[in-house]
Design a protein around this ligand. Structure first.
Ligand code: AVJ
Length: 321
């Protein structure tokens, strides 16, 4: 039978897809085409990211876990008993288990994540493992609004923001986010954040260009997502993964590069790509310890303690509001 040609009119898209569409159109209309890295995390992308964390070259997750394991006693002493824990970008909630195992009488755990599926799976498994713990999942894009549901009671609040997700923000945006989180807290409340450190360029390069190509698949998955959700017509074979360390900016940049001159249709828009042109899909800023402490202090935080690994590749900070 004859099929109707697929044409997407923005009006027919569900609300979330519509804001994705609008962001895509405005991002691809810029001189340097770009997409926000939050769009990596559909169901497939969240799985691919979990796979990245197991790849040998990707030191980030492994190193942070090791730091958390070795500083857990100090961390518990900073947090104290009976606190409420709020996690930003909780993902599979693997790291929080370290804390949940050791902390005394938490009043509640509030994981916030943009990936619905992963969030509900994580919460289901956590509520089995910790039946006494009140869990309040929030599926939200915390880059858009930081309004949280009320936390019952009046305990000390501690925000947990691991994974160096803060590295995805431009320094000015990172400042803004830190200032906004500070507004959620009272003096004496805590903020635990994992921040990736500047290091040997080769190590960085390999971490974002793993030999198995998992990072490449993660990056290119956003094209699949646009094809699926926005009925775009990206030809996947004609695009390639490209990641490098931009030393001047102190950041890893991930791009998707067009192999040829081509056009891509998305809804009512057509985008031209010339051979070699890229979409900038992610920046991952790397900090020095004191550089990050300075940033935090400009946002109203006092640095209480910082932990790192023997090679000084990653840092975990405890700040007090
Ligand atoms: C989610 C920000 C920690 O920048 O390392 C991994 C995501 N991108 N490989 C990072 C990512 C490519 C990641 N963070």
């Amino acid at each position: 039978a004859l099929q109707m040609p697929q044409r997407t009119s923005a009006r027919r898209l569900p609300l979330q897809t519509r804001s994705f569409y609008q962001d895509v159109v405005s991002g691809l209309s810029q001189e340097q085409k770009k997409l926000h890295p939050k769009y990596f995390y559909d169901e497939e992308g969240s799985k691919l990211f979990e796979e990245i964390t197991t790849v040998s070259e990707y030191y980030v997750t492994r190193t942070e876990m090791a730091i958390l394991q070795s500083c857990i006693a100090d961390l518990c002493a900073q947090i104290g008993a009976g606190a409420s824990l709020i996690e930003f970008g909780s993902g599979s909630s693997r790291k929080i288990k370290l804390l949940l195992n050791e902390l005394e009488a938490l009043s509640c755990y509030m994981p916030i994540d943009i990936a619905q599926e992963m969030l509900s799976e994580a919460c289901a498994s956590l509520s089995e493992a910790y039946p006494e713990l009140p869990i309040i999942p929030v599926c939200a894009d915390f880059t858009r609004s930081l309004q949280l549901p009320a936390i019952p009671g009046n305990q000390k609040k501690v925000i947990f923001y691991p994974g160096s997700t803060i590295g995805n923000f431009e320094p000015m945006e990172a400042m803004l986010l830190m200032k906004q989180t500070r507004q959620l807290l009272e003096p004496g409340d805590g903020f635990i954040i994992g921040v990736d450190l500047k290091k040997d360029v080769q190590v960085l390069h390999e971490a974002y260009n793993d030999r198995q190509g998992v990072t490449a698949r993660f990056n290119l998955n956003v094209l699949r997502r646009m094809n699926r959700e926005l009925h775009a017509d990206f030809q996947l074979e004609e695009f390639e993964h490209f990641a490098y360390y931009n030393a001047r900016e102190g950041r890893i940049e991930m791009h998707i590069r067009s192999a040829i001159d081509q056009q891509v249709r998305i809804g009512d828009h057509v985008f031209d790509f010339h051979a070699g042109e890229t979409i900038h899909t992610e920046s991952s800023y790397k900090y020095d310890i004191d550089q990050f402490q300075q940033l935090a202090s400009q946002c109203g935080y006092a640095s209480k303690q910082v932990w790192t690994d023997p090679r000084q590749w990653f840092s975990v900070h405890y700040f007090e509001a």
